[in-house]
Design a protein around this ligand. Structure first.
Ligand SMILES: Nc1nc2c(ncn2[C@@H]2O[C@H](COP(=O)(O)OP(=O)(O)OP(=O)(O)O)[C@@H](O)[C@H]2O)c(=O)[nH]1
Ligand SMILES: [Mg+2]
Length: 403
């Protein structure tokens, strides 16, 4: 059964397709396609072309309009493309229609993310969660191209694939596998609860944020550990917990999976227990990559996801990271009184502050995780917050400290 999970070499040549609605500027399409490209590259695909279309809503039959589909088809044939990736989720019937039309493998955003997670997951819990989410995704979408035999034969070369009977056999096998995985997950989750209880009463801090913002880098700097940090989306899929001590106060710091816009719902569901670290945390460090042009949107995606998993009422320190990549703040200039001032676009810092004007209590800090001084600054800020929680757990703590 394992063969249903792609073990075949990943197809190489891909094209990307995204939609924008009537209110979005053309630059949005570019941004969506760039993010999709980053995801696709994470899986090792080579992007040969990008297509976008402005539509009020996806075409129910083929996601894009007829003319656009023809344009894509011509390109697919000419460039011998192996896979077409759509930026949104496709309905099972859209998937079938597109496969029939384009005769290549069709990926949508969810499947792409699921495959990345599958490749990255290391602990048995994360693997089981992703496998489960992937089977649940595949079940209603099994087509001739997504069958056991076809995949076993090795991916994209074979067209036509298996017949209805074999698809039905696969469907049954997937249902059985889903049952097995759910049971396995329940067992792992029970162990997790026991493990977390055994950690005792330490203050717990969780790093959260959009993918690729620098969570693992900060984790490594704060805990002097060695978590994989790289310029790829979803470098971290499992959660890692480390004990950190600042000025004699121990606490637990956890690094976890990054969030992204349009995270497949099945994945959020299945990752809920990995996200227990976040849900059970006392303090959240929300890391934002201030050098990204759309960091405001990313911060909102994270806040919405926190709400969805029920972790939105915790004290948060918002860490604007990567300030080394944004232009330095302009020095105040003395200008001629009569000179007409051009309206200037707000700087990233001003935009960051503007995000939180309505929540003046939010703690904000601007750092570059690559700067030693900034990490000390973050350590100080975190220490104050942790101390408060530590005292609430150990009211006698201050009495024992010699000043
Ligand atoms: N220039 C610069 N790069 C940074 C900084 N912090 C992190 N990076 C880089 O950003 C990339 C992503 O960092 P990670 O720590 O892997 O990010 P993450 O949030 O853990 O990402 P995922 O686990 O994929 O969600 C890496 O290439 C880091 O070296 C920073 O302050 N400045
Ligand atoms: Mg990471």
């Amino acid at each position: 059964m394992d063969k249903l999970i792609s073990t075949a070499p990943v197809p190489l040549k891909a094209v990307l397709v995204a939609l924008i609605n009537k209110d979005q500027p053309p630059s949005k399409a570019e941004e969506f396609l760039d993010e999709l490209e980053f995801l696709a590259q994470t899986l090792g695909l080579e992007i040969k072309g990008k297509f976008s279309q402005r539509l009020p809503r996806p075409d129910t039959r083929s996601f894009v309009g007829k003319g656009k589909l023809e344009e894509i088809n011509t390109f697919v044939k000419a460039e011998e493309i192996d896979v077409v990736i759509f930026d949104d989720d496709l309905t099972p019937s859209q998937l079938r229609n597109l496969e029939n039309e384009l005769k290549v493998k069709i990926y949508d955003r969810s499947l792409l993310i699921l495959d990345i997670f599958l490749e990255r997951a290391q602990t048995s819990q994360a693997r089981t969660q992703v496998e489960l989410a992937r089977y649940e995704y595949l079940l209603p979408r099994l087509t001739r191209m997504w069958t056991h035999l076809e995949r076993q034969r090795g991916g994209t070369g074979t067209r036509g694939g298996a017949g209805e009977k074999e698809i039905e056999t696969d469907r049954r096998a997937i249902r059985d596998q889903i049952t097995v995985l759910k049971k396995r997950l329940e067992k792992i989750e029970k162990q997790g609860i026991t493990q977390r209880k055994a950690r005792g009463q330490l203050v717990r801090v969780s790093l959260v944020g959009y993918t690729n913002v620098g969570k693992s880098t900060i984790m490594n700097k704060l805990s002097k550990s060695d978590v994989l940090a790289e310029n790829k989306l979803f470098a971290t899929v499992d959660s890692t917990v480390r004990k950190v001590v600042i000025n004699d106060i121990p606490f637990l710091l956890s690094d976890t999976v990054g969030f992204i816009r349009k995270l497949p719902h099945a994945l959020i569901e299945s990752f809920k227990s990995t996200l227990d670290e976040v849900r059970e945390a006392d303090i959240l460090l929300h890391v934002v990559d201030i050098s990204h042009p759309s960091f405001e949107e990313h911060a909102k995606v994270v806040e919405a996801t926190l709400k969805e998993i029920g972790a939105d009422a915790k004290p948060v320190i918002t860490v604007f990271n990567k300030i080394d990549l944004i232009p330095e703040e302009p020095q105040e200039e003395t200008t001629d009184e009569f000179e007409i001032q051009e309206p200037v676009a707000p700087t990233p810092r001003e935009r960051a502050l503007a995000l939180y004007t309505e929540k003046p209590d939010t703690k904000l800090i601007f750092i570059s995780a690559t700067s030693k001084g900034d990490i000390s600054k973050l350590r100080e800020t975190l220490y104050k917050e942790v101390l408060e929680h530590h005292i609430s757990i150990y009211p006698n703590y201050l009495k024992n400290v010699n000043y």
